[in-house]
Design a protein around this ligand. Structure first.
Ligand SMILES: [Zn+2]
Length: 479
């Protein structure tokens, strides 16, 4: 048995021990390990640069300030550079861009205009000037990104010439983007550029460069390149936009069409306006001098099968009845709209006149006729039933096919370059941004990636590069 005094000593010792244990536990819990320190650091960085939708007030104010700086022309030439230098230092000190400065690249002085995270996770848009002044280059970039556009009268959205961050779905996905530029003089022959003389149908030649060579000269992952010049016509190829057409008469500003070209270059979306074609008649016979459809002159029914397959991969284009976004279509209505063409039995009768019909060498399977309608104009000529978007017919230079609403001469972003994307196009761009930046492991993204996995016989698909890219967006990444 122990005395009462001994009991007291034991009691005091037990209390002291408990306090000591508590102190040790708190130290272990609240002092981070090296790994935790790194995680906290990274978290701070990503919070700091996370864009305006999820960040705290401090971050939000900071980013709004940066964006305001960009919007203000006076500040563009100075502040973003300082900001970018600070960002670059910050990133390098925290090893987000690992080892990428070790090698010498052609574009050795890159500036960030918008930085939302590590380049491996984001859609990196890289602007390069080609024979334009620094002021012109800065002004153009600012407009292409942030211009609020101007009000016009247009059926499918009434704002013309907005910057990409003012148009949905890009506007609400700003945090998926990094924007960077280099002011180094662009050596067009070093990058394998050539001008193609298209002056018969355009007022300026088109420019084509070696995209892979440009990409590998940057020293970090870039996804879309924008070449800003003046002496070539504006066009897009996979992941590159040749923005070079400033001859437009006032008041059409320089950013006009940038968002449209971006949707071609990045999104693999097709044009939705009616294509051009021409024909020549000698005496009683006529022939096309510019084909309205790949199958117009063909003698093989395989051509139509192949064309339908090509169309099946293009998000904003469809076969008869628009099964991609409609449950069914009104066959009687379509045939009523087509009546005046279907009745014509010779090419001369078909193509001469109003030009609203197209002649096929063999019967077109959708109409079982050689002479078929070229386009339907009005919203009431939507033949779709139970659709998420209307289903209207149009003739693209490659195909006669069906397009979503706000297409054709009704006007929309992929049609007359004004206003908004139609629902089908917007949904496609939205899911591409969601699944690819960074790649997502989800059922929705697995389906998206599979949809764009092209079979070997589609090697020549006009949007093959973009769709090959989408096919890699689903991954087993687990964070
Ligand atoms: Zn286009």
């Amino acid at each position: 048995m122990m005395s009462k005094k001994t009991d007291k000593i034991y009691f005091a010792l037990i209390i002291a021990l408990l306090v000591l244990i508590l102190v040790v536990i708190s130290i272990l819990v609240f002092i981070p390990s090296e790994g935790q320190k790194q995680a906290i650091k990274q978290n701070e960085i990503s919070q700091y640069f996370t864009s305006n939708d999820s960040a705290d007030n401090f971050t939000k104010n900071k980013i709004e300030k940066t964006q305001n700086d960009l919007r203000s022309q006076d500040n563009l030439s100075d502040n973003p550079k300082n900001e970018a230098q600070r960002i670059e230092n910050h990133l390098q000190n925290n090893s987000v861009i690992a080892d990428e400065t070790a090698q010498t690249y052609y574009f050795d002085n890159i500036t960030y205009l918008v930085l939302n995270g590590a380049p491996s996770e984001k859609l990196n848009v890289f602007f390069i000037p080609l024979d334009v002044s620094k002021e012109f280059f800065h002004e153009s970039m600012k407009n292409m990104l942030y211009s609020e556009g101007r009000q016009v009268s247009n059926t499918c959205g009434d704002v013309d010439s907005r910057g990409i961050f003012e148009v949905e779905p890009f506007k609400s996905n700003l945090n998926k983007f990094n924007v960077l530029y280099s002011e180094k003089e662009f050596n067009s022959s070093f990058f394998g550029c050539s001008y193609t003389d298209m002056t018969s149908i355009r007022s300026k030649s088109s420019l084509y460069c070696n995209l892979e060579k440009i990409k590998s000269s940057v020293g970090q992952k870039v996804d879309v390149i924008v070449l800003v010049g003046q002496n070539y016509t504006t066009s897009a190829s996979p992941f590159i936009i040749y923005y070079g057409d400033q001859e437009s008469v006032e008041p059409i500003p320089y950013q006009h069409g940038f968002v449209h070209e971006f949707a071609h270059a990045f999104g693999g979306l097709n044009d939705e306006y009616g294509g051009v074609y021409s024909y020549k008649c000698d005496g009683w016979s006529c022939h096309y001098t510019m084909l309205p459809d790949l199958c117009a002159d063909s003698a093989s029914s395989e051509c139509f099968v192949r064309a339908q397959k090509e169309i099946s991969y293009i998000p904003n284009e469809d076969i008869i009845g628009c099964p991609k976004w409609c449950a069914a279509y009104d066959r009687d209505k379509l045939f009523k709209l087509s009546e005046s063409c279907i009745q014509k039995k010779t090419m001369s009768e078909c193509v001469v006149g109003a030009g609203n019909c197209l002649w096929f060498n063999q019967k077109h399977p959708w109409f079982d006729a050689n002479c078929v309608p070229r386009k339907t104009f009005e919203p009431e000529e939507d033949i779709g039933l139970d659709c998420s978007d209307p289903c209207v017919m149009a003739q693209h230079p490659r195909h006669l096919s069906f397009f979503p609403g706000c297409s054709n001469d009704n006007g929309g972003m992929m049609s007359n370059l004004v206003g908004d994307f139609n629902i089908v196009s917007k949904n496609h761009l939205q899911i591409a941004l969601k699944c690819c930046f960074p790649p997502q492991h989800s059922e929705e993204c697995r389906i998206f990636s599979e949809k764009f996995t092209l079979p070997p016989d589609m090697e020549n698909h006009p949007f093959k590069s973009q769709y090959d890219f989408f096919s890699t967006c689903y991954s087993l990444r687990i964070n």
